[in-house]
Design a protein. Structure first.
Length: 132
């Protein structure tokens, strides 16, 4: 008999979690400009815009980011810094070490604070960086 109660309790907890996930997703921290773009008329965010239709949601693919933000070459051109050398802020999308191949998610996180991957070793300021 207790096995049946345990099964029913587990089923109820699973159902409650499943029903609350869409509401939780809408309340997740998100950068305001992405929230503006991906919200429907009622202000609900369509997670599938970045995450696709897979559930549970996974980290978006590079292609998902590049669909809106352009190619790696275009990003590198848009973020090109004047000058070069130690006195200048380096281009985060055209790294001396990784070129244009570093994955977007090393620095950019939609639901968390943005981190500068380069600063694991360096101390770049990146004043233009949108941290949220």
């Amino acid at each position: 008999m207790s096995k049946a109660y345990t099964s029913i309790a587990a089923l109820l907890v699973t159902a409650a979690l499943g029903l609350s996930l869409p509401a939780m997703a809408t309340k997740m921290p998100m950068k305001s400009y992405h929230k503006e773009i991906f919200s429907d008329a009622q202000g609900n965010v369509e997670c599938s815009s970045c995450h696709g239709d897979s559930k549970p949601y996974t980290i978006p693919s590079e292609e998902a980011c590049l669909t809106c933000h352009g190619s790696r070459e275009e990003l590198a051109e848009q973020t090109q810094r004047p000058g070069h050398g130690a006195a200048y802020e380096p281009n985060p999308h055209d790294s001396l070490h990784y070129g244009q191949d570093l994955s977007c998610v090393y620095c950019h996180a939609q639901h968390k604070k943005t981190q500068v991957y380069c600063n694991h070793c360096h101390e770049f300021k990146y004043p233009q960086l949108k941290r949220r």
